[in-house]
Design a protein. Sequence first.
Length: 434
Amino acid sequence: MRESARVVGRAIGMAALGVLSLSVDGAHATGVDGAGRILIVPVVVSSPTRESVITITNAGTEALVMRGTFVGAEGTQTAASVVGPIPCLKPVVPPDGSLTLPLQDLCPGVRVDGESLGYLELISSADAHMNFFVTTVIETRSSTHSAVAGQPIGAFDTATPAAGLEVAALRTRKVDEQLFCYVASLEEAKKVTLELRDATGAPLGAMSFSLLARRMERVELPSKLGLPALDRDRLRVAVTSGDTALVIAGCGPFRPATNVLSYQHAQAMAPADRARLRSVDVDAKLRPGPWTVGYMWNHPLFPGGLNNVVALSTYLRSDDQVRCRLVNYTGMNFDPTPWLDLRILGPDGVKVAGGKGVKDTGTFDTRIRGFYPPGTTQRYQIEIGFDEAAHAANSWPQTGFPSHPQPWGGWALHCDSAAGMSEPLPINRVIVDF
């Protein structure tokens, strides 16, 4: 598949790049990491010995026209300070289709006679539905490869500037491995500091960058800090800044023997991006926009004859661990949690956690990247309904309603996500209680 994708990609790169109808096996939609209108691939490379192969997937109902820009890292032959940002071709990705291209075919100007390394920005245009997905693999001549995920531009916020970002679980090796960090600016200038910390959190050294707009730096951090070559584990790199401009930052090991690099995104503990929340609380007084919208469940046990759940939509990342649980809703004069239950459905509509009588899903795993079929997003559905068994054991309180229980119910939900989730929003349709 790898070689055929490359051959097809090169053939397309030489053609007019008109309407394409490619659906390459293995080109699966990613999670929130890859969904948006403006996506950033933080590290891409083109050279005679290794090449980034980029797959763009359009899960929408109309063709997307892509526009790309490559920003070369300083110290390389295509450094942005020397040649400027390099524009890419404008391929069209058909509805429910995908396109796979080597970086050199997508952006022909990225390589002269050596290696070009930098980041790639992709922007889609269409009449209405413009979200797309992107995945990349860096292939080497020895057939080894590594993946670098694309992310929506909102993922590169610096959260609270003083708190900054962090890359955890890094290491150094005395031989055969180097620890590189990459930091870049987007449309605004950026001042940023990288601080290497040991397993106890103690600083080992720091260096700062003042980046003009559209600049990228690549550094082998330990040697730049003057540290001796040693085996070290459980290292962290803190990325701090005093301004709120977006920043692309990450680190990972490079092995010269195999020419393989790895990349781990710097992440914020409390992102400003509402699609990347580590901890989230929602309740019956939802705020999907500037207004507060009441959203209650109903059950035919009560007057009205309705039997619907509260249904919420959220996006979860692949390879993540998530926990959701019902908590006390303070908008009522008693805690309704004992009379409610909770379940979560995956993108394919199959239950992944919770169920009848469940108040707390416990920690559950999302599926690995590529598990769901092409064109499937990482949209999960949270449902909250009435627990009939709990009512049979201990009737719903009738405070304030001496003749009948009230015909609706409040609720409150708390979720935690290791990788970050989108804020749950109401689904605008009636869904019958499970």
